[in-house]
Ligand binder design. Structure first.
Ligand SMILES: [Fe+2]
Length: 135
């Protein structure tokens, strides 16, 4: 069983965004697997970087729609993305040091953040997007 399982509860009813969220879930699972497999620091770092970069691409997609559709919660939502991006950057920096070990604590932070963000913050724009023809 995967560390984090996609469930239909995660759907925001927008195809492109759901696909990106699935990919983020997958990236977290890859990171978890790298930890279980005791992959070396460099391999872990590569996955961390891949996840952080993908998260940024994904945030840009969401924010692009929010701006286009005049979403009222744009600034608050963007601030949440920025907080995560900072954490991910911090993590990437930490993974540069030789003593870095990927821990369950780090994994659970990523997992909890993503779940909470999708289920609460992202779900809030779902209706607005759909009402404006974005599915
Ligand atoms: Fe978001």
């Amino acid at each position: 069983m995967a560390y984090l399982n996609w469930s239909d509860d995660f759907s925001v009813n927008v195809k492109e965004i759901d696909a990106q969220h699935r990919m983020l879930v997958e990236k977290i699972n890859m990171l978890h697997q790298a930890m279980l497999d005791n992959k070396g620091r460099e391999a872990q770092q590569e996955i961390i970087q891949g996840m952080a970069e993908y998260a940024n691409v994904h945030f840009e997609t969401e924010e692009k729609y929010m701006r286009r559709l005049d979403y009222p919660g744009y600034r608050k939502h963007k601030a949440e993305h920025e907080r995560f991006a900072e954490k991910a950057y911090e993590l990437h920096k930490r993974s540069n040091s030789s003593g870095f070990v990927l821990s369950l604590e780090i994994l659970s932070f990523l997992k909890d953040w993503l779940q909470e963000h999708i289920l609460v913050v992202d779900k809030e724009y779902s209706k607005h997007f759909n009402e404006n023809g974005v599915y």
